[in-house]
Design a protein around this ligand. Structure first.
Ligand code: ADP
Length: 175
């Protein structure tokens, strides 16, 4: 696996399909209903199998900015943390804060479950339209803030394109 550690901390940026990663938890960019999404959500459901859909249906939904957890089923990851990012409305509708909440709540939930490694996709930066550069900066800021007090947890930012990877690299240099 081609990891790219930055700084001296345990945040890596990686180009990969998140469904293939052997980590304790992967994070899903879900929608409010927790069922029937495309993008990374569709890929995770395809890879994890129908029991994931059943568990999500039982949970019933998740508000924007919050997070919930299911088992990973057929994935190598033991847990899936589902968080719902904001839909981009132009930037003046609290999108930045809601996106930060997604990362914070996902990390805190993972910690409650004792995870030691967690991988995130670029939440909201796909179909939900959040500009990638801005999304990366918020993601990395929250990851770094969390790691200050939780240095034993490895965090991976997963990119699905070289463009996203470049955005993370730039944000890494800036922060
Ligand atoms: P949202 O609706 O929150 O924008 P999307 O699933 O549309 O969620 O996209 C979020 C990010 O996840 C995008 O950057 C997209 O390229 C990326 N992505 C899609 N599929 C995968 C995957 N299998 N592994 C990692 N990242 C993925």
């Amino acid at each position: 696996m081609d990891r790219h550690p930055r700084d001296s901390d345990r945040i890596s940026v990686l180009v990969a399909d998140i469904t293939t990663l052997k980590v304790d938890a992967i994070v899903n960019a879900a929608n409010n209903s927790l069922v029937g999404g495309g993008g990374v959500d569709g890929a995770i459901h395809n890879a994890a199998g129908p029991q994931l859909w059943e568990e999500c249906r039982r949970i019933g939904g998740c508000p924007t900015g919050e997070a919930c957890i299911t088992r990973g089923y057929r994935l190598a990851a033991r847990w899936i943390i589902h968080t719902v990012g904001p839909i981009w409305q132009g930037g003046d509708d609290g999108e930045d804060d809601l996106l930060a909440c997604c990362y914070r709540n996902s990390l805190n939930l993972g910690r409650q479950y004792g995870i030691k490694s967690i991988a995130f996709p670029a939440i909201s930066a796909g179909v939900y339209g959040f500009p990638m550069e801005r999304a990366c900066r918020i993601a990395l800021r929250e990851m770094k803030a969390f790691q200050k007090n939780n240095s034993e947890i490895e965090i991976i930012a997963v990119c699905f394109s070289n463009g996203a990877y470049q955005c993370y690299q730039d944000a890494m240099r800036e922060l």
